[in-house]
Ligand binder design. Structure first.
Ligand SMILES: CC(=O)N[C@H]1[C@@H](OP(=O)(O)OP(=O)(O)OC[C@H]2O[C@@H](n3ccc(=O)[nH]c3=O)[C@H](O)[C@@H]2O)O[C@H](CO)[C@@H](O)[C@@H]1O
Ligand SMILES: C=C(OP(=O)(O)O)C(=O)O
Length: 482
């Protein structure tokens, strides 16, 4: 297992390109299974999740190859298997997107209930509701969704749930409906750019989907889809993460290969915080634009709410929290998509952040500087948030379990290093722990003398008698390792 050592305090500057979107690439790969012939997907990021999805598709009779130029070519060579096994599917959420294409093309599917980031309840009832409405018979047996459909027929489907719509669920139902007999309407469809990307791909392959990007889709079923060449959209979550990296280090960074129109809410929120965000080439089509992020004034605390698109993405909530944790003043961060997605809070607290959880919100009392610590990544975006916090912190931060990060960010440390950050990837072994965080007896805690120094050191506020980087106690047990 690897860990990152981040030495904080460097101001990031320069330019960097955003990779293709993970959350588009994975359902697009599944959608290729619904097509005849070869599909070529360009700008697919080199990620652990993409490798896992390739394995899932490989186990279902697809030939998946990465060309030297980075494009992924996919072709069905054997349609006999319909079983997506637990060992692969448990590793990530988007593997459930094989359910729709399997039913549409092979009339049966046996797919393990999916894994993915541990960010709260993640049922798939809406996926199953939509596919049942199209005529599939479905039951869940010993952890597997077992589904059959002699024929899929168009239907009127309402896909709304308690927390809005479902991104992968809309993809699943849309892919199945594209090959169903007759017309399907989906009300309360997800409007995320990744869903639009999958819909555009299906339309290029011969589907007839109208209303993409709105909550109401009309899908006229067709007999056959044919593989095409498709360029995946840039990753808006990676773009937002890099923008926050620039902001948290007081930097000056230009992002290329970005779709500013996909991150309007994040751009607006950063501007509200006081970050200067400018669109370069605003007269050009969105896909040719660049975004520069600069800090030229003190930043302000604010409130923000993660919502379905076009709101601030839940996948950026943790990274924004890192930024707000080191802007003095009170900020409130609420997540309306995954109300329990706050595993990063207790780890940020180890770095001196002052955070209190209240149901679906976290209340932050920003400190002027975080301090390096040994922290544990709990999920993909939480890992990114800890890296960002480390970039801004005083001293060294060790982030363990970064395999979460490798699932969804392409060469993040290389990109940050190219902007001037000090990030090192090393094996997670005691001898690699930096001196400043050296373990005393093989456990993750500072030495006795360091604790004494912290008790008697200069960081005390003379007026209140309180430590300046007051923090809440971590609820996560660091001994609980894989
Ligand atoms: C691979 C991928 O694209 N992952 C993204 C996708 O996940 P994913 O597609 O799993 O997320 P959903 O959009 O389905 O979930 C949104 C909300 O709906 C609820 N829900 C979902 C499905 C369902 O059948 N029933 C139900 O109640 C979920 O618990 C959650 O509260 O969208 C999320 C929300 O933008 C992102 O955080 C994930 O990064
Ligand atoms: C939650 C995420 O991924 P997944 O849905 O695959 O768990 C994410 O990309 O932030």
């Amino acid at each position: 297992m690897d860990m990152f050592i981040v030495r904080g305090g460097e101001r990031l500057s320069g330019s960097v390109s955003v990779s293709g979107a993970k959350n588009s690439a994975l359902p697009l790969m599944a959608a290729a299974m619904a097509c005849e012939g070869e599909t070529t997907l360009c700008s697919i990021p080199d990620l652990v999740d993409v490798k896992t999805q390739s394995q899932v598709l490989g186990s279902l009779g697809m030939d998946v190859n990465r060309d030297p130029d980075g494009a992924l070519s996919l072709k069905t060579v054997d349609e006999t298997s319909c079983i997506a096994d637990y060992e692969l599917v448990r590793r990530m959420r988007a593997s459930v997107c094989v359910l729709g294409p399997l039913l549409a093309k092979r009339r049966m599917a046996c797919v393990s209930l999916p894994g993915g980031c541990n960010i709260g309840d993640r049922p798939i009832d809406l996926h199953l509701k939509g596919l049942s409405a199209l005529g599939a018979q479905i039951r869940v047996d010993r952890g597997y969704v077992i589904a059959r459909a002699d024929r899929l027929r168009g239907a009127n489907i309402f896909l709304g749930g308690a927390f809005g719509s479902t991104v992968t669920g809309t993809c699943n139902v849309m892919i199945a409906a594209a090959l169903a007999e007759g017309t399907t309407t989906i009300e309360s469809a997800a409007c995320e750019p990744e869903v639009v990307d999958v819909g555009n791909f299906l339309n290029a392959a011969g589907a007839k989907i109208k209303g993409l990007g709105t909550p109401f889709l009309t899908i006229e079923g067709v007999e056959q889809l044919n593989g095409v060449k498709h360029e995946v959209i840039p990753d808006r979550i990676e773009a937002a993460t890099l923008m926050i990296a620039a902001a948290i280090t007081g930097g000056d960074v230009c992002l290329n290969k970005v779709r500013p129109d996909h991150i309007t809410a994040v751009i607006e929120k950063l501007r509200e915080i006081g970050v200067t965000v400018q669109l370069e080439f605003p007269d050009q089509p969105a896909k040719k634009q660049s975004v520069t992020v600069q800090v030229t004034q003190p930043l302000r605390s604010i409130d923000c709410i993660a919502l379905p698109y076009p709101g601030i993405p839940t996948d950026v909530q943790a990274q924004l929290m890192s930024l707000l944790a080191c802007i003095p003043g009170i900020s409130i961060v609420t997540d309306k998509v995954f109300p329990d997605r706050f595993m990063h809070a207790s780890e940020l607290a180890r770095m001196g952040a002052n955070i209190r959880r209240e149901s679906a919100s976290a209340i932050l009392n920003g400190v002027s500087r975080l301090s390096g610590a040994c922290v544990m990544a709990s999920d993909l975006r939480a890992s990114a948030a800890l890296v960002l916090a480390g970039l801004a912190a005083e001293g060294e931060t060790v982030i363990r379990r970064i395999y979460h990060l490798d699932r969804g960010y392409e060469r993040l440390e290389e990109k940050l290093i190219s902007l001037g950050a000090h990030v090192e990837r090393v094996r997670d072994e005691p001898q690699n722990m930096p001196d400043s965080l050296k373990l005393t007896d093989g456990e993750s805690r500072p030495s006795h003398s360091e604790l004494l120094a912290a008790l008697t050191g200069p960081h005390w506020n003379q007026n209140t008698g309180q430590h300046n980087s007051e923090s809440m106690t971590s609820s996560q047990d660091h001994a609980d390792e894989d």
